[in-house]
Design a protein around this ligand. Structure first.
Ligand SMILES: [Zn+2]
Length: 361
C-alpha cells in the first residue's frame, strides 16, 4: 500500500474514532451537567494528528484513549488543559524532572480512571501523557526543556521552552571513539581521551564566550557510542555536527612512525541534508572554514579539505565535518597533541570555526 493511502486510512479511522468519542464525551458531559469546551477538543489547531493509542483491557478498540480536555498547541508550544473537564480547582502544582528528559507536572486533579498518551513530534517535545490516576501530566522531550505552568479561570497551560528556542544555534561536538574503541594509540595514550579533552575545551569556550550557541557533546565520559547513533542524535538535536579526531599514518601498522604531520578536515560528497539546520553553509563550505581556522590557530601543517566516506559525515543530515587535528604517528606532532597548551590552540581553532560557520564575529 502506498504511503498516501495509509495516511488517508489513518486519517479516516482517526476521524471516525474522534466522531464516536465526541458523541461519548457529549453524552457524558450532559450527564455530568457540563458543556464540552469547543476550544479544547482533540483536534485543536496544530495538533500533529491522531494519537497513538495504548489499548486498554476495558477499551479494546482504543476509542477512549483519545484525550479530552487536553491539547498540544504546536505554534505556542503549550499543553493546554481544561480545568473544569479535568476537575482542577486549585492552582497548586509541582514539576519534577526525571531521567531521560521526562518531566512530570503534578496538578491538583481528582482521581480518574485513565492514563492517556499522545505523540506530538520532534523538535523539543516528543509526547505527553495524562495520568488521571496520579493527577499529573508527563512531558517526554528529546532535549532539555523548561516548563512553566500558568492558570486562568478556565485553563491551565504548560508552557514549554527548549534550548532550541533559547539559543540561536546548537553545535553537536563529537569527540571521536570512546569506551572499548580507543582510536589510535601511541605511547599508551589513547586518541579517545585527547579528543574528549579538546571537546571539553571547545565547549567551555562556547559557554564562556558565545552565549548564542549551545554546545551538546556526543559523549562526556569514556563510553562507547555507536557512530550511526551519534549521527542520528546530532542531526536531531543540533544545527551542525563537528567530529574531533587525531590521525595516524597507517592504521594497519600500529607501530609505524613517519614524517607526515598536519590537519585535515573531511566531509562526505553527496551527503543528504534534512533541512532542520539553521546553519547557512553546507558541509563543503564548513570543511573549508574549519580547515582554515584550525591551521591558523594551531599553526599546523595544512593538508587541506578532503572527501571521505565516513559514517558520521555521511549519515548526519545537518552540515557535518570530521577534523583530523594532527598525526599521532609523527613523534613531533604527537608531543604537541599530548600537550594541553597545544590542545587549547586546536580547540580555539574549532571554536573560531564554529563562530564563522554561524556567521558570528
Ligand atoms: Zn579517530
Amino acid at each position: 500500500m502506498r504511503r498516501r493511502d495509509i495516511h488517508f486510512l489513518r486519517w479516516l479511522f482517526g476521524f471516525i474514532g474522534l466522531a464516536v468519542v465526541g458523541i461519548i464525551i457529549f453524552v457524558v458531559a450532559r450527564f455530568a451537567g457540563r458543556a464540552v469546551p469547543a476550544a479544547l477538543t482533540d483536534e485543536s489547531p496544530g495538533d500533529s494528528g491522531p494519537a497513538i493509542r495504548t489499548p486498554r483491557p476495558d477499551d479494546p478498540d482504543g476509542l477512549l484513549d483519545y484525550m479530552s480536555g487536553v491539547a498540544y498547541i504546536t505554534e505556542t508550544k503549550q499543553i493546554v488543559i481544561d480545568r473544569e473537564l479535568l476537575g482542577i480547582v486549585s492552582e497548586e502544582f509541582t514539576i519534577t524532572e526525571e531521567q531521560g528528559n521526562i518531566y512530570t507536572v503534578s496538578l491538583d486533579m481528582p482521581p480518574m480512571e485513565f492514563n492517556r498518551y499522545r505523540h506530538v513530534g520532534r523538535g523539543g517535545i516528543l509526547a505527553y501523557s495524562v495520568d488521571g490516576v496520579a493527577g499529573g501530566i508527563s512531558v517526554y522531550a528529546d532535549r532539555p526543556v523548561t516548563l512553566e505552568v500558568v492558570f486562568n479561570d478556565s485553563q491551565a497551560a504548560i508552557n514549554i521552552t527548549t534550548d532550541r528556542d533559547t539559543y540561536d544555534y546548537i553545535v553537536y561536538i563529537d569527540p571521536g571513539h570512546g569506551g572499548i574503541d580507543q582510536g589510535s594509540v601511541r605511547e599508551r595514550r589513547d586518541e579517545k581521551a585527547i579528543n574528549l579533552d579538546i571537546a571539553f575545551m571547545v565547549r567551555d569556550m562556547l559557554l564562556e564566550e558565545a552565549p548564542e550557541i549551545y554546545p551538546i557533546l556526543s559523549r562526556e565520559t569514556d563510553v562507547f557510542f555507536d557512530r550511526y547513533e551519534r549521527a542520528a542524535q546530532g542531526s536531531e538535536l543540533a544545527d551542525i555536527f563537528v567530529s574531533i579526531h587525531c590521525n595516524i599514518y597507517d592504521p594497519n601498522d600500529d607501530k609505524a612512525d613517519n614524517d607526515i604531520t598536519g590537519t585535515e578536515v573531511y566531509y562526505t560528497p553527496g551527503q543528504v541534508l534534512g533541512g532542520t539546520s539553521r546553519a547557512r553553509v553546507n558541509s563543503v563550505e564548513m570543511a573549508a572554514i574549519f580547515q582554515k581556522n584550525v591551521v591558523e590557530s594551531a599553526g599546523s601543517n595544512d593538508r587541506g579539505v578532503r572527501e571521505g566516506d565516513l559514517a558520521v559525515t555521511r549519515e548526519a543530515t545537518i552540515p557535518s565535518v570530521l577534523i583530523e587535528l594532527g598525526y599521532l604517528s609523527n613523534a613531533g606532532e604527537r608531543a604537541k597533541l599530548f600537550d594541553a597548551e597545544y590542545q587549547r590552540l586546536l580547540a580555539g581553532g574549532i571554536f573560531n570555526g564554529i563562530l564563522e560557520t554561524f556567521g558570528i564575529d
